[in-house]
Design a protein around this ligand. Structure first.
Ligand SMILES: C[S@@+](CC[C@H](N)C(=O)[O-])C[C@H]1O[C@@H](n2cnc3c(N)ncnc32)[C@H](O)[C@@H]1O
Length: 410
């Protein structure tokens, strides 16, 4: 949610509609993502399944995985396809649910909903209805569907928590979800809020993989399984897209899960969301672990001194185990070096790590060899410079691959 604060939801919707209207109008035009039958086959759609679908649907396939690998759809189901696109998955689902079931294909883009209607008519499918709506606000009653499928849509939806809450709401208790979506391992940390084009043209809208799983867990889904991880972007015809994907460690994932009998209580929900381990992992992924370790080192050093001075002023004499105190500071300083080190692989500049190592060495010298406050302070400043440099280089690399600004401007 934080990542979209600066965005206009309408701008994102407009960019999505433009992009997928273009896919519907001319699927062969060449997009930055794989489209059509070769794309579907590369993602694992069996040839005989594709053979049974109308050509008009298959040619505009734009999914990112094969969600049916999670096997969530059963005969007789009322099934919803969110972001149905040209309708391939909806048509496959219509065959799976059979005459006793029915499928609702929902998409934001009118050109796509028209395509689905035409394809259903062409193939004589009568158990499929079409809705033009957003996944953030499903026009369906609570608990009205047995299973949901979605392929490549969630990463395009601005408010993902709301979309997941909607999925939970419309699924009946025990209902099943299969989903394929794009995820990233390295979050976007540069500000691209004024460019909704990036939502549809690259991975800016995608969620960090474990945060996506956590989002479903928070909403009340259980038995969450990662069925497959796919190197989806290696199929992209665009070298720039492949570079962006590599920079954010993007891939696609197929998930299967079940809606719990009831929604988690507010306590369960917030205790999961405020889990400190989640916070630490998020800091690490955002390249902010160096800042956190540096802050802990500074706090342990000057914060302890400040607290002792305050206690002394209040008349409470508290002793300080200097060895323990110095070891803790040194540990956090070394941790800062370790947190900055992975940046070397990312931005290919060893400078920040070397600077941090020098800073940590100076601090350790002051703590364990010959203490002077000035030397210790210089050590902290050098350490801080290394951390700041690393953040700058990480952001500059992201800005460059996203084409936000030239490396020199940033
Ligand atoms: C990557 S395409 C995948 C289409 C289809 N699932 C397939 O496999 O070919 C994403 C689709 O999601 C739709 N979409 C994007 N944002 C949406 C939203 N907020 N609500 C509903 N559909 C949305 C787009 O219009 C587009 O058709």
């Amino acid at each position: 949610m934080v990542a979209i604060l600066g965005y206009s939801r309408d701008q994102i919707f407009a960019a999505v509609r433009d992009m997928y209207s273009a896919v519907s109008r001319a699927p062969d035009d060449g997009f930055h993502f794989p489209v059509g039958r070769p794309a579907a086959e590369a993602l694992g759609y069996p040839s005989d399944v594709l053979d049974r679908l109308p050509k008009s649907s298959v040619e505009a396939f734009a999914g990112v995985g094969y969600p049916f690998s999670a096997q969530a759809i059963q005969p007789g189901d009322v099934t919803l396809d969110i972001g149905a696109g040209a309708g391939n998955d909806a048509l496959i689902a219509a065959a799976r649910v059979g005459d006793k079931g029915r499928v609702i294909a929902l998409d934001l883009t009118r050109a796509m909903t028209r395509r689905i209607r035409a394809a259903a008519e062409e193939s004589g499918v009568t158990n499929l209805s079409v809705l033009e709506a957003s996944g953030e606000c499903l026009p369906l009653a609570d608990g009205s569907v047995d299973s949901i499928t979605s392929n490549g849509a969630l990463n395009l939806i601005p408010d993902k928590r709301r979309a997941v809450a909607e999925i939970f709401r419309v699924l009946r208790p025990g209902g099943r979800l299969q989903i394929a979506d794009v995820v990233i391992r390295r979050p976007v940390t540069v500000d691209c809020s004024d460019d909704p084009r990036l939502w549809v043209e690259c991975v800016v809208g995608a969620t960090v993989d474990e945060e996506l799983l956590a989002m479903f867990q928070d909403a009340g889904f259980e038995h969450i399984r990662v069925v497959r991880r796919l190197d989806y972007f290696s199929h992209s015809p665009s070298a720039q897209t492949r570079e962006i994907a590599a920079s954010f460690d993007a891939y696609s994932v197929e998930l299967g899960m079940q809606r719990a009998a009831q929604a988690p209580s507010a306590i369960q929900h917030w205790s999961r969301r405020l889990n400190p381990m989640r916070g630490l992992r998020s800091l690490w992924r955002r390249g902010a672990a160096g800042v956190a370790s540096l802050a802990l080192a500074v706090l342990t050093c000057y914060g302890t001194l400040g607290a002792l001075a305050l206690l002394a002023a209040m008349g409470a004499g508290v002793g300080l185990n200097e060895g323990l105190w110095a070891t803790a500071i040194a540990l956090f300083a070394v941790l800062t070096v370790a947190a900055v080190a992975p940046g070397w692989r990312y931005h290919s500049n060893v400078g920040p790590m070397v600077l941090c190592a020098v800073g940590a060495a100076v601090i350790c010298y002051a703590l364990f060899v010959h203490y002077t406050m000035v030397v210790e302070l210089i050590g902290f400043l050098v350490l801080a410079a290394g951390v700041g440099w690393d953040i700058h280089l990480r952001r500059r690399k992201q800005a460059r691959v996203l084409g936000l600004k030239t490396a020199a401007d940033y």
